[in-house]
Ligand binder design. Structure first.
Ligand SMILES: Nc1nc2c(ncn2[C@@H]2O[C@H](COP(=O)(O)OP(=O)(O)O)[C@@H](O)[C@H]2O)c(=O)[nH]1
Ligand SMILES: [Mg+2]
Length: 327
């Protein structure tokens, strides 16, 4: 069992469904409209489907991948009707979202030593600090002792924001004054967590420095000192991406994964955006699992990513294999 699996029993499907409402509107309803009244799957229908995927920000590469998969299924099974497309699409999506989980399944199981150190990275404004606060609350609810580290020392407000989450959640925050060395804060946090036998360490980082090179060099330095304080740390590096930025989120994933090893993703602000399809693109392009999704600003609005619930929320209905319809 993976280290974070204990959080999985706490699904709030309703919030996910609500949070994905806008993506669903722009996706599910369009697909229903597309297939309604049509009698056969032709090129025109497939082109329209492709358009729908692109407009939901699934991304070009992943859309092509989905369409190819659908096409070969259609070629293989001549009896398919337009109404079967939804089920086929659902299967393809689950497949795309499922692959990274398999590829990375070793990550959670590498060691059972504690504390488990999670470094949270991403550009400014994507929701790092907020997600850390929500995570702290979740871990604490699950009975874990948590320490947060305010290693975004770039802005004074960033430290204060994390301290506020500390008050709200009753979780300790290790911090220094703003402008101090982020690596030193990270080191202090981990040492203090070890001393107090904490189980989870969440480290906040800055997302905007003088330039990209500087940001990545700083992340490397933080990783180095964490590893010095505890060999093997950080155990996880979670990249936070703002779903509402659509293709920009894909671009950020490209840059961060090239510069530092990322073990998981947090996709925020799925509420209020119609670009939730970007989750599919990110999963299939980078092979990194989405760990959590943010569907609102409240403490409880961070959910363990559940691909079945996600696809169900997008496409509606029960997950069912297209094969079941085979005559
Ligand atoms: N609606 C919504 N807002 C979010 C979500 N996650 C973060 N935010 C908001 O995004 C803004 C920036 O978040 P912050 O954590 O400061 O970003 P950071 O710069 O990456 O640390 C804040 O106003 C958050 O409340 C989410 O899942 N949904
Ligand atoms: Mg922040």
């Amino acid at each position: 069992m993976g280290f974070f699996d204990f959080l999985k029993g706490r699904k709030e499907k309703e919030a996910l469904v609500q949070g994905l409402e806008r993506t669903k509107e722009g996706f599910f309803s369009k697909i229903v409209r597309l297939v309604t009244g049509k009698t056969r799957i032709d090129d025109e229908l497939l082109e329209e489907l492709e358009e729908i995927l692109l407009s939901a920000d699934v991304g070009v590469a992943t859309t092509i991948r989905i369409m190819k998969g659908l096409q070969s299924e259609i070629d293989r099974r001549k009896d398919l009707k337009p109404s079967d497309l939804q089920g086929l699409l659902r299967d393809r999506m689950l497949e795309l979202l499922g692959e990274p989980e398999l590829k990375n399944s070793h990550l959670d199981q590498t060691s059972s030593s504690t504390p488990r150190v999670v470094l949270v990275v991403g550009v400014n404004g994507v929701g790092k600090t907020t997600s850390i606060g929500k995570l702290a609350w979740r871990f604490k609810q699950a009975g874990q002792q948590v320490v947060m580290g305010a290693a975004d020392t770039f802005r004074a407000a960033a430290v204060e924001q994390l301290l506020l989450w500390g008050e709200r959640t009753g979780v300790r925050v290790v911090h220094q004054q703003s402008g101090s060395d982020p690596a030193s804060v990270a080191f202090d946090t981990l040492r203090s967590a070890i001393a107090s036998s904490a189980q989870v360490v969440l480290i906040d980082t800055a997302g905007r420095l003088h330039n990209k090179g500087h940001l990545m060099a700083e992340l490397t330095k933080i990783r180095t000192v964490l590893n010095k304080a505890m060999p093997g740390a950080p155990h996880e590096v979670w990249l936070v991406l703002d779903a509402s930025t659509g293709q920009n989120a894909l671009e950020q994933a490209r840059q961060f994964t090239a510069a530092t090893s990322v073990t998981g993703l947090i996709l925020t602000k799925l509420d209020g955006t119609a670009k939730g399809g970007v989750a599919l693109g990110i999963c299939s392009e980078f092979g990194i699992p989405i760990r959590f999704v943010g569907v609102g600003e409240g403490m409880e609005h961070l959910q363990v990513f559940d691909k079945e619930a996600f696809v169900e929320a997008l496409l509606g209905g029960q997950a069912s294999s297209g094969h079941a319809n085979q005559a």
